[in-house]
Each structure stands twice: as structure tokens, then as C-alpha cells.
Design a protein around this ligand. Structure first.
Ligand SMILES: [Zn+2]
Length: 490
């Protein structure tokens, strides 16, 4: 590999040089959505963060197996061990078969991710298709003495585990203290300690999603599914496990405990967590009225939004912040992102229009290394974007005739935008869609504007104004230039 990637490992709380177990192969697992509701910003951030990592790892020469699961069973309300299954609840309210809920929201998740130009993972397993393996892993943990049965349900014995291992190794929580404080609180609970977590739950009579197991008819716990699906496809030791910071505890801590008992190892070498998204400085929540679905961004239908936002603006906005920083959404911030992205897109398009010179008056070649260095440094996208702005400044100066560039440097600038803005950051230029539809559309708009030019020449102002005004109403921006006209569709 020509690039040395450094990533921040939540486990060590340090930046570490990325060394895969079996280079050039990389195994990467990311916790996917629980498919019981419309995809929202909270889904967009991990998907985009790890999409960037997926793209970058491949760019620097790795062959990546990227596994991102679909949680379609076992995820209970409030991420707890008691209460209703999120999907079963939705099915009950909407009078649907649970798998109809799963299919409907899996489809809407895929559709939103496609719009955001998030690449599909290599494997997308669902929890309900791996119940057998979850039963087997639960049995294994039970056999090894780190779980107990209670009323047909199986719980992981955290206190016992913590005597010989470190529960809290990832989240750095003081488990002794938690155990101390929860000792008296348990009362009549099925669990011995409130910190214990379910590996298997006995289904109540009205529970629809149920499977046979040696202990009861029931369903698997939420944490065991990720231990099973990650190791099923990546082996019992693999490179990267990612997810949102909200999953760090207890979800990922529990995965480590389960794997340590079942496989005698922690399994994951690099734990990566993206930070949260706030809206106007407050946490997103259904009850807060600031819960904006991705489709509402795309069509502008949410009351907090002033207009529709292109999925690429959302993507660019998320990547403007480092993935470990909090992103705060506001319409002002979205407007700024829109303007910044447009500047880079314009520069990318205009790089082909720079006139060639014999020699360059500005240094361009080091930008490629600087952009790689930014991504090598724990995917530092804000720094990457700063370098792309420097490239945009050079493009604009060269077009204005202030700077001169050789053909080699012009090509280097165009490649820089293609590689970093389009291929890696995944920002698509709509005018890049060189399909037949787009070409026909482009020709039709050019034809109208040529008719407008002709109308102007014969001083038919009524026709020329009508063409301009009507195109503007549709959303086109028309600019008269020395050579004729330029147009864009916002
Ligand atoms: Zn997970």
C-alpha cells in the first residue's frame, strides 16, 4: 500500500496505524438500521462515514468485504431487555405482518441511501435469517458458564464475566460502581442484575415474531445478532467494526463480552464510532418535533426547512465535519454547505476550461499528497475540503488569467476533483449523468437558449424575455456571457 492510513481506535482511545490481519483483504462490519421507521439523519451519518472509509480503503488498494446488517428482530423499545419489539409494535399499530414492515422500511432505507450515493455493502445480512446461529452462540455462552436461564429467557452474567474479564473495556465505564449501585434495585426482575443483558427472550403469548429454542419459544437479544453476523461473514477475528457513538454502550460492549466468551478473543481490532447529529443545537427526537426524515429534506416538506435540499448537499454537509465531531443541522449551515459545494463543483467543471500555458506560476502537484494525508489522518474531511478549496482558488485564478498552468498541472487539478470530491467524498455532479436522457435534455435547453439569442438579435424582446423567465421559473439559472450564454439547473 502506498498510503499509510491512521484511524482512531475507540478501544485504545488513540490513533493507530491501520494494519489489516490479512492484507490486502479488509473485513469491516457496521451496525445497520433497525427497519421500523423512515430513514432519517441519524441513519445518514454512519452510512456516509463508513461509505467514505469503504471507498478510501479500496482507493488505496485494499479488497474490502463490507458487512452491514439489517436489524429486523430483537431490538426492543428504548434499547432495553423489556418492552415491545420495535418492529412488532409497528406491525401491530399498522396492522401489518412484521416482515411487511421490515421490507417496507428496508426499501425506503435503500432508496434514501442510493440518493445519498452511499454504496451498497458487500453483504447485508438480516438478523431474522441468522436465528439458528444466535441460538448456537447463546448455547455456547451458557455451556461456558457465563449465562443463566430465567423463566425461559437467557441472560449474560455480567458480574461473573467481569471477575475474569473487563466488562467496560470499550466504554471505559466503571462496572464495579454500576454493580454496586444496582445491587438493591433488582427486586423481582428476571435478571439477577440490571446490567445483565438478554441473549434470548421468551416470547409473551401475544408476541408474533418467535422461534423454537432449547429454552422457550422466543426471539434473540439485540446484541447477539451483531456478534453472530459479523463473525459469520468476517471470521472470529476481523479488522474494523463501526457504528454510531450511541451504540458504544451497551451494544458494542456486549458484543465484546459475547465474543470473548464464545471465541476466547475480542474479535475486533479497530472500533470506530461516528458522533451524533443535533438539530439547532438540540438532540434529535421524535417528541422534540425536530426529527427530520431524509425524504423531508429531499422534498422540503418538514416545517423546520425553508426548501428542498439536494441529497448531495446533505452528504457534503455531513462530510464537512470530522466524523468524530458533533454535526449541528440548521438551515443556515445547510445554505453554507450548498454554496461551498457549488464552488467546488464549479471548479471541478471549469478545470477543463483552463487555457494551457508553457509553464505554471503556481504549485499544484503537492495538493494530491496533501489530500491523501488528510484522509490518511483518520479521514479528516474538513482538512481535505480545505485543500480542495485551495485547488478551486487556483482554477478560478487560472481562468481569470491571474495564474498560468501547464497541461500537466491542469490535468492534475481535474484528477484531484475527480478522485477526492467525486470518487471518494461521493459528491455526484448531476451534469455528469451522461446518459441519453441527459444529453437530449441538454440539447433541448441549448436549443431554447439559441432561439432566445436569435430573438434578441432581431430585437424581439418579448420572446427572448419569455424564454428566460419561463426557464428561470422551472429552476434554471441563465447567464449571458461574451460568448453567448451559460446555464445551470439548481
Ligand atoms: Zn450492531
Amino acid at each position: 500500500m502506498t498510503q499509510q492510513l491512521v484511524i482512531y481506535n475507540t478501544l485504545s482511545r488513540e490513533k493507530e496505524i491501520f494494519k489489516p490481519l490479512h492484507a490486502p483483504h479488509v473485513g469491516m462490519y457496521v451496525c445497520g438500521p433497525t427497519v421500523y421507521g423512515d430513514p432519517h439523519l441519524g441513519h445518514a451519518r454512519p452510512a456516509i462515514t463508513f461509505d467514505l472509509l469503504f471507498r478510501y480503503l479500496q482507493h488505496i488498494g485494499y479488497k474490502v468485504r463490507y458487512v452491514r446488517n439489517i436489524t429486523d428482530v430483537g431490538h426492543l423499545e428504548n434499547d432495553a431487555d423489556d418492552g415491545e419489539d420495535k418492529i412488532a409494535k409497528k406491525a401491530r399499530i399498522e396492522e401489518l405482518e412484521p416482515m411487511e414492515v421490515v421490507q417496507f422500511y428496508t426499501n425506503s432505507y435503500h432508496s434514501a441511501m442510493d440518493k445519498l450515493n452511499v454504496l451498497r455493502p458487500s453483504i447485508e445480512p438480516s438478523a431474522s435469517a441468522h436465528v439458528m446461529e444466535q441460538i448456537e452462540m447463546t448455547q455456547d455462552i451458557l455451556d461456558k458458564g457465563f449465562a443463566y436461564e430465567s423463566n425461559g429467557s437467557i441472560y449474560f452474567d455480567v458480574e461473573k464475566y467481569n471477575q475474569s474479564h473487563d466488562y467496560g473495556i470499550l466504554s471505559r465505564r466503571d462496572i464495579e460502581e454500576i454493580l454496586e449501585n444496582t445491587r438493591q434495585l433488582d427486586g423481582q426482575d428476571e435478571k439477577r442484575k440490571s446490567i445483565d443483558f438478554a441473549l434470548w427472550k421468551k416470547a409473551s403469548p401475544e408476541h408474533i415474531m418467535r422461534w423454537k429454542s432449547p429454552w422457550s419459544e422466543g426471539f434473540p437479544g439485540w446484541h447477539i445478532e451483531c456478534s453472530v453476523m459479523s463473525t459469520r461473514y468476517l471470521g472470529d477475528e476481523f479488522d474494523i467494526h463501526g457504528g454510531g457513538l450511541d451504540l458504544l454502550f451497551p451494544h458494542h460492549e456486549c458484543e465484546i463480552a459475547q465474543n470473548t466468551v464464545a471465541y476466547g478473543k475480542k474479535s475486533v481490532h479497530y472500533w470506530m464510532h461516528n458522533n451524533m447529529i443535533t438539530v439547532n443545537g438540540t438532540k434529535m427526537g421524535k417528541s422534540m418535533g425536530n426529527f427530520i426524515n431524509l425524504d423531508e429534506f429531499f422534498d422540503g416538506s418538514h416545517p423546520l426547512l425553508d426548501k428542498a435540499y439536494d441529497p448531495m448537499t446533505i452528504r457534503f454537509f455531513i462530510l464537512q465535519s470530522h466524523y468524530r465531531s458533533i454535526v449541528d443541522f440548521s438551515t443556515d449551515a445547510l445554505h453554507s454547505a450548498e454554496i461551498a459545494m457549488k464552488r467546488l463543483m464549479d471548479a471541478s467543471r471549469n478545470s477543463s476550461k483552463i487555457p494551457m500555458s508553457e509553464s505554471s506560476t503556481v504549485e499544484v502537484k503537492s495538493l494530491n499528497k496533501k489530500c491523501h494525508d488528510a484522509l490518511n489522518d483518520d479521514l479528516n474531511t474538513p482538512i481535505l475540503i480545505a485543500h480542495l478549496f485551495e485547488a478551486a482558488r487556483i482554477v478560478n485564478s487560472a481562468i481569470a488569467g491571474v495564474e498560468k498552468l501547464t497541461q500537466e498541472d491542469i490535468t492534475a487539478l481535474a484528477d484531484l476533483f475527480q478522485t477526492f470530491l467525486h470518487d471518494l467524498m461521493g459528491i455526484k455532479d448531476k451534469s455528469d449523468l451522461k446518459d441519453t436522457n441527459y444529453e437530449a435534455f441538454e440539447k433541448a435547453v441549448n436549443m431554447l437558449l439559441e432561439m432566445r439569442q436569435e430573438a434578441k438579435q432581431r430585437k424581439d424582446w418579448a420572446t427572448s424575455d419569455k424564454i428566460r423567465d419561463d426557464l428561470t421559473k422551472i429552476g434554471f439559472t441563465i447567464k449571458d456571457t461574451a460568448e453567448g450564454f451559460e446555464w445551470s439547473l439548481s
